[in-house]
Design a protein. Structure first.
Length: 439
C-alpha cells in the first residue's frame, strides 16, 4: 500500500491511498507467485533525483491451503486451542521487487532488468546505503536479511543493474557458515573505521550477526567473538527489529533490539528462557565495536516482556535525544521518551537535496569534532517493517561544536560547511552555503 500525505483542509493532514494510481497494486506474476510483502526501503538507485522503492518478498504462500504443521495444543490456563505456526522451511522462497520512480507519481517494475530477480530468498529486512565509498564511489547498494536463506548484498553497478555478491562478500551466512533466520537489519559505522557495518538479528538460539566492514565489499561476522558483547546476550532471544542510535551522545552508535517469539505454544513448554513475550535489549557501544548490554538500566519497558516486532527511532519532542517507538504483535504500540542524562553534546542535520533526491537518501555525512571524524549515512529502510526519522542526530562527545561537516551527495557534489554550534538542529540544502537553523 502507498499512501500520499495531504492537507485535510482543516489545518491537519490526511492520507490518500494511491497504490493503484501509482502502479503498485497488481504485479504481473502474482497469480503464480502470491506476494507476501514485508519490509521496504526508499532509495535512489539510479541517482536521477527521484526516490525508487524496494519491496521485500517473503515466501510463496497460499492462505487458502495453509498447512497444519504442528496441529493444536490446549492452553491449560484458558482451555483454548492454540495452533502453532509453520516454519519458513515449509514454504518456497521468492524474489524481491524494485520499482523505478517515473517522476509523475507512478512507478515501473524494473526487478528483472535490474537483476533483483536473479535470486530468490525469504526477505524480512532491508537497508539501502553506499557500502563501499572508496575512490569516491557514490552508489546505493542494498542488503537484504533473509529468513533461513542466504542474505543478499546487491552491489549497485551504476548502470541501472545490480550484482548479488553476499557469499563472496562474507555477509550471506553466520561466522560458522550457517544460514540463519535473519530478520531485522541496520547499517552504519559501529567502529571508528568510518566504514558502514551491518547488524542483523536472528531467531532464538542463533547469534545475531555483526558484519564488520573490512572495505571493498568484504565483511567479517564478529558477533560471536569474545569481546564484542553481542553473542551470549542474544542467544536466548528471538530477535526482530533493530536500529542504531547514539543514546548517550558519546559519538558511538548503540544498538536496540525488539524481541518476541512467533509461537504462543512455547509458553506451554515450561522453559523460562523460551517464552512468547520477551524483553527488548539495549547495547551500549564503546566506539571500538565492543558492546555492553544495559537493558536493566534502560527503564521499566526493558524489564517488561512483549511480543516485539518493529522498532524505530525519532526525536518526537526535539529535545536532542532520540526516542524509541516499538510495534508489538497483538499489543498497543509503545513510544519511549529518552531521558538519558549525559555530559556529552550533539548536533542534528536535516538534508535537502536539489539535484539529488529531496531527502538526500544515499548521502554520506562526515562530521569533524575535537579531532574525531564521525561518519553517518542517510539510509533507506532499516529495522523490520519500520522506518525511522530522516534527520541525523549525531553525538559529538565532549566537543561543543562541529568544526567541519562534509557531505557527499548522491549527485556527486561534495559540500563543506562549518563550524556549526552543537546543541541545535540545522537544515542543509545541497549546493547552498547558507545553513538554516531548525529544531
Amino acid at each position: 500500500m502507498l499512501y500520499r500525505n495531504l492537507p485535510d483542509g482543516k489545518g491537519g493532514r490526511r492520507f490518500e491511498d494511491i497504490t493503484a494510481r501509482a502502479g503498485l497494486l497488481n504485479h504481473p506474476d502474482w497469480r503464480e507467485r502470491p506476494n507476501y510483502s514485508t519490509s521496504a526501503a526508499f532509495l535512489d538507485y539510479n541517482n536521477d533525483g527521484r526516490l525508487d522503492l524496494f519491496v521485500c518478498s517473503y515466501v510463496k504462500i497460499d492462505m487458502a491451503h495453509y498447512p497444519d504443521c504442528y496441529g493444536t495444543k490446549i492452553d491449560p490456563a484458558t482451555g483454548e486451542f492454540q495452533r502453532g505456526p509453520c516454519p519458513p522451511t515449509r514454504f518456497e522462497p521468492t524474489s524481491c521487487l524494485l520499482y523505478r520512480n517515473n517522476g509523475d507519481g507512478t512507478f515501473t517494475d524494473v526487478s528483472r532488468e535490474a537483476g533483483i530477480t536473479q535470486v530468490a530468498g525469504k526477505a524480512l529486512g532491508v537497508v539501502a546505503l553506499n557500502l563501499n565509498d572508496e575512490n569516491d564511489r557514490i552508489l546505493t547498494d542494498i542488503f537484504v536479511a533473509n529468513d533461513t536463506e542466504n542474505n543478499f548484498l546487491f552491489r549497485n553497478l551504476g548502470n541501472g543493474k545490480f550484482e548479488e555478491i553476499a557469499v563472496i562478500s562474507g555477509c550471506a551466512v553466520s561466522s560458522a557458515g550457517n544460514k540463519q533466520a535473519y530478520m531485522g537489519v541496520d547499517a552504519d559505522p559501529l567502529t571508528d573505521s568510518g566504514r558502514p557495518d551491518i547488524f542483523s538479528t536472528t531467531f532464538q538460539h542463533e547469534t545475531s550477526s555483526f558484519f564488520r566492514n573490512e572495505g571493498r565489499f568484504l565483511f567479517l561476522d564478529v558477533a560471536a567473538q569474545m569481546g564484542t558483547g553481542l553473542g551470549p546476550p542474544s542467544w536466548n532471544r528471538l530477535k526482530f527489529g533493530t536500529c542504531f542510535l547514539d543514546v548517550d551522545h558519546d559519538g558511538s552508535l548503540d544498538i536496540v533490539v525488539a524481541n518476541g517469539h512467533v509461537s504462543r505454544n512455547v509458553d506451554l513448554e515450561g522453559d523460562p528462557e523460551n517464552t512468547f513475550r520477551q524483553p527488548a535489549q539495549l547495547f551500549l557501544n564503546d566506539g571500538k565495536g565492543h558492546f555492553r548490554e544495559i537493558s536493566r538500566q534502560a527503564g521499566p519497558y526493558f524489564l517488561e516482556r512483549h511480543v516485539g516486532r518493529g522498532v524505530a527511532y525519532c526525536d518526537y519532542d526535539n529535545d536532542g535525544h532520540m526516542d524509541l517507538a516499538f510495534n508489538n504483535s497483538g499489543e498497543p504500540a509503545v513510544l519511549l521518551h529518552n531521558e538519558s542524562k549525559t555530559p556529552y553534546h550533539w548536533i542534528r542535520l536535516e538534508l535537502r537535496g536539489t539535484k539529488s533526491n529531496r531527502d538526500g537518501v544515499g548521502a554520506k555525512v562526515s562530521v569533524y569534532a575535537a579531532n574525531r571524524k564521525l561518519v553517518r549515512h542517510r539510509k533507506g529502510g532499516g529495522s523490520y517493517c519500520s522506518a525511522s526519522e530522516p534527520r541525523l542526530l549525531i553525538g559529538l562527545g565532549t566537543a561543543t561544536q562541529a568544526d567541519k561537516i562534509e557531505i557527499h551527495w548522491p549527485s556527486g557534489l561534495k559540500q563543506q560547511l562549518g563550524p556549526l554550534q552543537g546543541g541545535r538542529g540545522y537544515r542543509i540544502t545541497e549546493g547552498v552555503d547558507k545553513v538554516e537553523t531548525g529544531p
